[in-house]
Design a protein around this ligand. Structure first.
Ligand SMILES: Nc1ncnc2c1ncn2[C@@H]1O[C@H](COP(=O)(O)OP(=O)(O)OP(=O)(O)O)[C@@H](O)[C@H]1O
Ligand SMILES: [Mg+2]
Length: 396
């Protein structure tokens, strides 16, 4: 069918034609807004899940919802390592300065708003090293110690009254939150904790890999200030709707045989649904998409995934790392104990720690439980098997 009107949209962070199966998370945030309006803070929200499952697009939707409710927001994407640490502070400072511009237009409590802007100005200069002009001088006493935990808490404390008096709230949206450095993470968790205790209108809404859950569990008392939810594969009905609804809107439909094929191949994973949907649309000769077209689309879609989605990780690995990944597949598929990997490679487990850590740093595997590692990408095991088949054929 006409590629120009192809509705399906595979790609990191790209808004799907129909965001399905996430009503529970949307309801949670609606409730957060309603409670905040009544000056009650039930804590932040953390979404975790595998690669390509739809965390980023859900986070954007949630941000849109709270902004429509009059909240002021800041958006951050964490990155690993020392450069990530610097970038995160910079983005936070800039984001908060932009939020200040929005608060400058608040109608009520203008004296408190000016004080808040003074704190924002000093926070941005201290933490981000950037000057902002919000029409006020930087506060001489607030949010300027250079200790992120102290400064962030002082800053948020100074925003409370202006936000409350203007029926607003402040939210920081953080994507790839597993890559946030420890200092900033601790500071943010501490402020969310305080906000929960004092019913401040402040919220952290974060998304990332499931290591986040472990990090929060280790932060003990702070974890209770968060609702933690897995963003998982879509249930069958929602997965079907992700395919059928956009097609129906354009006057096309899938036969039940076609739908069975596609749903079976995608396993409920949004990235795969969009990829297959796009390929099938291109291959189907007319507006009724049958099983034959579906099968051809899956093949084409897999070829696309093997060119982009999977190699994005695989291509960055060393031969030793590939042997490690192969051992995970050989041992058990998607999750394996480090002991069994070591046994398969006939090496002492301790000698494999560096390769394991480097694969974690590259975002290819994660360790949710001590002693176990899993692929961050759904169906990575099948890709690696296909890869080995190609390599074997090359050798023949
Ligand atoms: N609920 C949904 N319904 C339909 N399509 C979706 C849904 N969620 C995500 N998608 C599609 O899936 C793809 C991946 O989404 P997204 O980038 O948000 O995933 P992610 O979990 O953030 O991945 P990563 O961990 O790689 O950052 C996009 O093409 C998006 O349009
Ligand atoms: Mg993402």
């Amino acid at each position: 069918m006409d590629p120009l009107i192809n509705p399906y949209r595979p790609g990191a962070g790209i808004r799907p034609p129909e965001l399905v199966g996430r009503q529970a998370e949307i309801d949670l945030v609606d409730l957060m807004v309603a409670h905040s309006h009544r000056r009650r803070n039930d804590g932040g929200l953390i979404l975790y899940g595998l690669r390509g499952v739809g965390k980023t697009v859900l986070l954007s939707r949630l941000q849109h919802i709270v902004e429509r409710a009059g909240w002021v927001t800041v958006q951050l994407e964490a990155r690993p390592g020392e450069p990530g640490k610097v970038i995160a502070r910079h983005s936070l400072a800039r984001g908060i300065a932009m939020a200040g511009r929005k608060m400058a237009r608040f109608k009520h409590a203008t004296a408190e708003v000016r004080e808040a802007l003074a704190s924002i100005t000093s926070f941005s200069a201290t933490i981000g090293g950037t000057g902002v002009t919000l029409g006020v001088d930087a506060s001489l006493h607030r949010a300027n110690s250079g200790l992120i935990e102290v400064d962030l808490e002082e800053l948020i404390a100074d925003l409370v009254v202006p936000l409350q008096k203007n029926q607003s709230a402040f939210a920081i949206f953080i994507d790839e939150m597993q890559d946030l450095d420890q200092d900033l993470l601790t500071a943010l968790l501490a402020v969310q904790h305080r906000a929960g205790q004092q019913d401040w209108p402040f919220y952290i809404i974060g998304a990332g890999l499931s290591t986040l859950r472990r990090t929060l569990a280790e932060a003990r008392s702070y974890a209770e200030r968060f609702t933690i939810r897995e963003v998982g594969a879509l249930p069958a009905a929602a997965a079907a709707a992700a395919l059928t609804k956009p097609a129906e809107d354009l006057g096309a439909r899938f036969t039940s045989g076609a739908l069975d094929e596609l749903l079976g191949a995608a396993n409920g994973y949004p990235f795969f649904l969009q990829t297959y949907g796009k390929a099938v649309w291109e291959l189907a000769p007319d507006r009724v998409i049958d099983a034959m077209s579906a099968m051809a689309g899956i093949e084409e879609g897999n070829a696309d995934l093997d060119q982009g989605f999977f190699p994005a990780r695989w291509d960055r690995t060393t031969p030793l790392e590939r042997r490690y990944l192969n051992a995970i597949v050989a041992v058990s598929g998607n999750t394996a104990s480090t002991a069994s990997i070591a046994a398969a490679l006939e090496k002492p487990a301790s000698s494999l720690s560096p390769v394991r850590q480097s694969l974690i740093d590259k975002g290819i595997i994660f360790s949710e439980r001590r002693g176990y590692v899993s692929f961050t990408v759904p169906n990575m095991d099948a890709f690696i098997r296909r890869q080995n088949d190609v390599d074997d054929a090359d050798e023949d």
